[in-house]
Design a protein around this ligand. Structure first.
Ligand SMILES: Nc1ncnc2c1ncn2[C@@H]1O[C@H](COP(=O)(O)OP(=O)(O)OP(=O)(O)O)[C@@H](O)[C@H]1O
Ligand SMILES: CC(C)(CO)[C@@H](O)C(=O)[O-]
Ligand code: BAL
Length: 284
């Protein structure tokens, strides 16, 4: 039976018991409405720890004023059942008051410089500060030895790596591969916002990423790859926030750069914003 923990005292007692037994504890942070991508992170975490805690918390500090905080899908019962079936030991389900005892507006805030100024950081001002703020709290609350995050949120992973190194959190980070639907669309809680026509259009994101990778492989200059990708996505009906090719550190690369690259896309389709990315491994 999965242990559902809703107070800090209950969480601390459970984790302290495990640590007394010398067990290694993993954390899988989520915003809930779980799907196979999240469960694959639980599985990944299981391979690196004796006990797995998943957290479900829709974090107000990472949503902009005009974003979807209020309508973000909340399905705690289904999440608990799914986590139990996935072999998760405990579900950390804090309230906003538990996470932010002085209120979200009065929270001590993290700010990760540099990497948060570009791409999603530029399009969602303050978003990654909110992510860093809540992830720091989750690390302090759960005190995991290891934590798993998805590569689908590529920039988020980079922000968390920076946070862990800079603040010396004693947490080993694991990066999970992106789980996709059969047609290539990256699984995401926000996919359910799509109507039937939008859902039929959405796999074009992955097809565009594959085309970007192929074009780089064929020696096409990066700026042309990016321009063609934006045109292709716009022609399919997306409003394009960005379609870019970057180094793994998310820096712009010159055409003479022969190391690995990553293609990243963020688009809006109706009221839904979707992100995805694809590694472009190169032997150099
Ligand atoms: N398709 C996926 N495959 C693997 N991991 C994923 C996938 N989607 C999300 N994750 C990871 O799950 C964790 C929790 O993400 P989150 O709860 O935001 O899920 P989401 O489905 O991406 O939701 P959203 O639609 O809000 O982006 C993050 O580390 C995220 O990178
Ligand atoms: C890491 C996270 C759980 C922090 O709220 C969130 O950004 C997410 O679900 O990716
Ligand atoms: N998946 C990252 C959380 C967010 O979009 O707010």
């Amino acid at each position: 039976m999965i242990d559902i923990l809703e107070t800090l005292d209950a969480l601390r007692a459970r984790v302290a018991g495990w640590k007394r037994e010398g067990l290694r504890v993993a954390l899988v942070p989520t915003m809930g409405n779980l799907h196979a991508g999240h469960y694959s992170l639980v599985e990944l975490a299981r391979g690196h720890a004796d006990r797995v805690v998943a957290s479900v918390f829709v974090n107000p500090t990472q949503f902009g004023p005009n974003e979807d905080f209020a309508r973000y899908p909340r399905t705690p019962e289904a999440d608990a059942a799914g986590l139990e079936a996935a072999g998760c030991d405990a579900l950390w389900l804090p309230s906003v008051e538990t996470m932010y005892p002085y209120g979200a507006e009065n929270a001590v805030r993290m700010r990760v410089p540099g990497i948060t100024d570009v791409l999603d950081g530029a399009h969602r001002p303050g978003h990654f500060d909110g992510v860093a703020t809540v992830v720091s709290r989750l690390f302090n609350q759960v005190q995991p030895d290891v934590a798993a995050f998805g590569r689908k949120d590529y920039q988020q992973l980079a922000v968390i790596r920076y946070l862990v190194r800079d603040l010396a959190f004693p947490v080993e980070l694991l990066a999970g591969e992106t789980r996709r639907e059969a047609d290539g669309l990256a699984m995401s809680s926000r996919n359910q916002y799509l109507d039937a026509a939008e859902r039929a259009t959405a796999p074009e994101i992955h097809r565009t990423l594959l085309a970007m990778r192929d074009a780089i492989g064929a020696g096409t200059p990066i700026d042309r790859v990016e321009a063609r990708a934006s045109e292709r996505l716009a022609a399919a009906g997306f409003s394009v926030d960005y379609a870019v090719v970057r180094t793994p550190a998310l820096e712009a690369a010159g055409n003479d750069f022969d190391g690995p690259l990553v293609a990243l896309v963020a688009v809006r389709l109706g009221r839904t914003r979707l992100i995805d990315n694809l590694d472009i491994p190169r032997t150099g």
